[in-house]
Design a protein around this ligand. Structure first.
Ligand SMILES: [Zn+2]
Ligand SMILES: [Zn+2]
Length: 370
């Protein structure tokens, strides 16, 4: 009897160990300019503390959120580099700025066919600006309704939530979307919290999916056990910023994912993450940011070359270059900040203006406040 218990204990220990290893499974970076062929690709775009996800199938595109306002340009640049001209659907999960902030820029820049969201009483300028740009650009407005299905290329997505018309918390209004391509499926829950998760479960929603975009940046306010058991994903992606103020992702959630043997990828660790579906299997990869940084700098050089009429002025500004970014942490510092003195030379990126750095996704250091 004692031996049996010991054997069982060893089995549990071994499976936890195997699960733990699986969660750290290394993945290969993908060359940004040479994305492999796939029936559907899903791009979890790095917008630091926020969400922005692009779904693609046969050059049909769906965008879910676009991060904070200052990342609108980052998302536009990414879409541009992928070759997007028209977005079939733009989904604003809910009116929080870390999801909807960048959408105005996207809607003003790209041809958008339909805009899907839920009605709330949110009246912040950021949200009103998004709705105004939907209106001004004559984008077809769709009120998210559970059960509605929309197709794009070889794939489709279904609205899985929200079920109610009013909540105490804007996060629970999140439009939940399940995308399906052949036998593979992806669930995106915005910031939906446990209350909304339980509501979906109570309504018998078919939440099973191969890959889960973990709710609310991995906060413990989301991802209850029953929900994770219903989704039962093989993969999880957490979209959050390095050293964010909320401590996302929370340890409870990481443990709950690891305990279930779910391989977890994080944008704060890998930057932009891409999943490729061949209708049967999913392969995860991440965008080689080194190449993106090099490309952006090369583009900047091209741009500055075209402004040949004022080369001395450019030189002068460079001498004064008061902003230094860290390529790895994506933090922006004043050149006088102690962090710059301590920074590895190969991680340094110099900027003439704060805006230039913010557009590239850098966030200001809290110590030197550039
Ligand atoms: Zn959020
Ligand atoms: Zn939110």
């Amino acid at each position: 009897m004692g031996k049996k218990i010991l054997a069982l204990f060893m089995c549990i220990l071994l499976s936890v160990f195997i699960c733990g290893c699986e969660a750290d499974a290394p993945i290969e970076p993908v060359d940004f300019s040479l994305m492999p062929e796939s029936a559907m690709s899903v791009h979890y775009i790095d917008v630091m503390q926020g969400d922005s996800i692009l779904l693609e199938s046969e050059e049909h595109y769906v965008l879910i959120d676009a991060g904070e306002k200052e990342y609108g340009q980052t998302v536009c640049n990414y879409l541009d580099d992928i070759g997007v001209e028209t977005l079939d659907f733009v989904i604003a999960t809910h009116p929080h700025s870390d999801h909807c902030g960048g959408l105005k820029k996207v809607i003003d820049t790209f041809e958008c066919n339909s805009f899907i969201t839920v009605e709330t009483d949110q009246s912040t300028k950021t949200w009103i600006d998004v709705l105004l740009s939907v209106d001004e650009n004559e984008v077809n407005y769709i009120d998210a309704t559970v059960g509605e299905t929309y197709s794009f290329g070889q794939a489709s997505f279904e609205i899985m939530g929200p079920y109610s018309k009013s909540y105490d918390n804007y996060n629970d209004y999140s439009v939940v979307v399940k995308a399906v391509c052949g036998d593979t499926s992806f669930l995106f829950t915005g910031d939906a919290e446990k209350n909304a998760e339980k509501e979906m479960l109570e309504n018998g929603a078919d939440l099973k999916a191969d890959a889960l975009k973990v709710g609310h940046h991995g906060s413990s306010t989301s991802s209850c056990d029953e929900f994770l058991d219903a989704v039962m994903p093989s993969y999880a992606v957490i979209s959050c910023g390095i050293d964010n103020d909320y401590g996302h992702p929370h340890t409870e959630v990481l443990n709950a994912l690891a305990f279930r043997g779910i391989t977890t990828y994080r944008t704060d660790e890998l930057s932009t993450i891409v999943a490729f579906s061949d209708k049967k299997d999913i392969t995860f990869s991440y965008v080689n940011t080194e190449m993106v940084v090099e490309k952006t700098q090369a583009q900047e050089k091209e741009d500055s070359k075209s402004q040949t009429e004022k080369p001395t002025q450019k030189e002068n500004t460079t001498t004064y270059a008061s902003y230094v970014g860290n390529k790895n942490s994506k933090k922006l510092h004043l050149s006088t900040c102690q962090s710059v003195t301590d920074m590895n030379e190969k991680n340094k990126v110099f900027f003439d203006s704060k805006k230039e750095a913010l557009d590239l996704g850098y966030t200001p250091c809290k110590n030197c406040n550039p």
